[in-house]
Design a protein around this ligand. Structure first.
Ligand code: T46
Length: 132
């Protein structure tokens, strides 16, 4: 399952501000935050799913495309709005590409980094969702 979460923007004449809080506009306890930036032209990232991890991806600057694959259906989204976060539940295959030069993705994660939570092989992903 995935969905777009629209964040409330606090704005005044100086500009805009968005606050993210556990179990409020973020539907899990945030254990880790990382950011992806300076992605080179033509590079593709992702190509994995997570067994348990939930995340929210926020394009705080620039844009990229993301292909989301549940095993049954695929959808391509454009991430280009810092007021909208993409919530990704577990067991969604993702591929990211067409990063603009100024693209910065901030990612909020429900768990600490754990390589054994990654499914990096697509046929293994299909098997795990079938058995799930
Ligand atoms: C995801 C997408 C959206 C760490 O050591 N700690 C971390 O917290 C993370 C996220 C990564 N790493 C290491 C693992 C690799 O050696 O950093 C390197 C790059 O990670 P990766 O190749 O997994 O990067 P992406 O952009 O393909 O995927 C990342 C996240 O890993 C992943 O969870 O959903 O962004």
């Amino acid at each position: 399952m995935y969905k777009i979460i629209e964040f409330k923007t606090m704005g005044d004449c100086r500009g805009s501000l968005i606050a993210l809080e556990d179990n409020s506009n973020v539907p899990f306890k945030i254990k880790r935050v990382y950011y992806i930036f300076n992605t080179k032209e033509g590079v593709k990232r992702g190509f994995h799913a997570h067994r348990d991890l939930k995340q929210i991806i926020i394009p705080v600057s620039g844009s990229c495309k993301i292909l989301l694959d549940s095993g049954d259906s695929k959808e391509e989204l454009i991430l280009d709005n810092p007021t909208k976060g993409l919530f990704l539940d577990s067991l969604i295959w993702r591929e990211m590409y067409e990063f603009s030069k100024d693209c910065v993705l901030v990612v909020l994660a429900s768990e600490y980094y754990n390589e054994s939570d990654y499914i990096r092989d697509y046929s293994r992903f299909l098997k795990e969702i079938d058995n799930g």
